[in-house]
Write a protein that binds this ligand. Structure first.
Ligand code: DLL
Length: 432
């Protein structure tokens, strides 16, 4: 049995998307006061939406709309039809709460089963789930997908390293699912405890946060796995499982029969040319509880053109390259953490973990302190040379000065959730 419609053609997809777009706009207009007033204000009636070209007329939805509509933003069905809510913490303000009908839960499980299929799992596989359960979508998504797919599911949640190591060995786990941070933490534990010969993990599925090539390489090295797959998703679009890269690892296949992805310029809000980076905007095609109309994710990626060697008939987007709201301004330069990541990934002797601390100096200027882990096995003796090299590269590529401190491998905090890498205390204390 396959969860992937291998007979999906471009024409069929256009039909599914057109019907789904019309359905979504009518459904949201009829069921949600929020959407009705938004569409009325834009002078749009559901009947105006006749083809995919009409998508661009629709107003955007943004995270503020979810917060102002708290506790049931975007709700478009009767409370009797809602069977679950999930929420994501968000960085500021109230949580984003999204509601699900039974159909939403089923569609999500089917989408997630596709992810496991694309990763080449079979029903013999044993899937250990290390992401959080509860209001967060992660645990529920990974579990429902694995069960729908028919693999053996081992739902540990973050638990602790002892428990993960024990279950991994005893259950014969073949697939490990985690946030990128947790995958690194576990890979280091397994290495430290010298457990590699006792475990059978061949594949890691990770996501939930941006991660560097260096981090993926490190995890792969330490755990000796065949593949690391990148899974994308967000609470607003069901949760994890909106897509996954295949064994060729040239982009994330996404389920274009369940949602439309547009890439826009976050400043002009106009679509960018095909293949160019921009902000991902999502319109769902059959989501009942909390449908999305042109929802601005603030995630930066691009859509790849052309088919993939694997033959899966779904389009691909690039890894998430950053978030438009990740950017910080330091000495009048706009900087994304991914730029720092990129530079560090290319310097020998550096590990994958770093922190950026922005502080206000008493001389009135801002300073950026970069704490960077030394690579495991590299001698401390070269720290000052390494620090100089990092600072020079940053000055050369980003045009700002920074203070670089090389710290011991493993000394920056590891987390089972999402890592925080930027600490901005410029409105608080002053450093001398
Ligand atoms: O993090 C869902 C998820 C859980 C995805 C587990 C994958 C694995 P939220 O908490 O709503 O949902 O956060 C969504 O996380 O907008 C991205 O900024 C980021 N994100 C998710 N997956 C990736 C990824 C979950 N593979 C936000 N790469 C999104 C980079 C990711 N960033």
């Amino acid at each position: 049995m396959s969860f992937i419609p291998h007979d999906l053609t471009a024409d069929k997809l256009i039909k599914i998307q057109t019907d789904g777009l019309k359905w979504t706009v009518s459904h949201a207009y009829a069921g949600s006061l929020f959407y009705r007033s938004k569409l009325d204000a834009a002078g749009i009636r559901p009947d105006d939406i006749r083809s995919l070209e009409d998508l661009g007329q629709l107003p955007f939805t943004d995270k503020e709309d979810l917060q102002s509509g708290y506790p049931f933003p975007l709700r478009s069905v009767d409370f009797n039809d809602i069977i679950r809510v999930h929420a994501s913490s968000g960085t500021t303000g109230k949580r984003k709460v999204l509601c699900y009908t039974q159909k939403d839960i089923d569609v999500w499980a089917d989408m997630f089963a596709r992810c496991y299929e694309i990763a080449g799992l079979t029903r013999e596989d044993r899937v250990q789930i290390a992401v959080g359960y509860g209001l967060w979508t992660a645990g529920a998504g990974f579990q429902a997908g694995s069960e729908r797919f028919g693999a053996i599911t081992i739902p540990l949640g973050p638990a602790n390293a002892d428990m993960h190591c024990e279950m991994m060995a005893d259950m014969g786990t073949t697939v490990f699912c985690a946030t990128a941070s947790m995958a690194l933490l576990m890979a280091e534990e397994i290495h430290k405890r010298d457990l590699l010969s006792k475990i059978k993990v061949k594949k890691i599925i990770l996501g939930a946060e941006r991660h560097s090539d260096a981090m993926r390489m490190r995890i792969r090295e330490l755990m000796g796995v065949e593949h690391i797959f990148d899974i994308y998703g967000l609470t607003e679009v069901y949760g994890p499982g909106t897509g996954l890269d295949c064994v060729h690892h040239r982009g994330i296949h996404y389920w274009a029969d369940r949602f439309i992805f547009e890439i826009i310029d976050p400043f002009t809000l106009k679509p960018v040319p095909p293949g160019k980076e921009g902000e991902l905007v999502v319109t769902t095609l059959c989501k009942e509880g909390s449908p999305l109309i042109r929802y601005r994710t603030h995630d930066v990626t691009r859509i790849f053109e052309g088919p993939c060697e694997c033959g899966v008939p779904f389009p691909r987007h690039d890894r998430i390259l950053g978030r438009t709201d990740d950017m910080f301004i330091y000495r009048a330069v706009n900087i994304f953490p991914s730029q720092i990541d990129h530079i560090l990934s290319r310097i020998d002797g550096i590990g994958s973990e770093f922190q950026i601390h922005l502080k206000h100096h008493e001389d009135g200027r801002d300073m950026m302190l970069l704490m960077v882990e030394r690579k495991s096995g590299v001698s401390q003796a070269d720290d000052s040379k390494l620090a100089e090299q990092v600072a020079t590269e940053i000055r050369r590529k980003i045009l700002v000065r920074s203070i670089v401190e090389i710290v011991d491998y493993g000394s920056l905090p590891r987390t089972e959730r999402k890592s925080k890498r930027v600490f901005d205390s410029r409105n608080g204390e002053t450093v001398k």
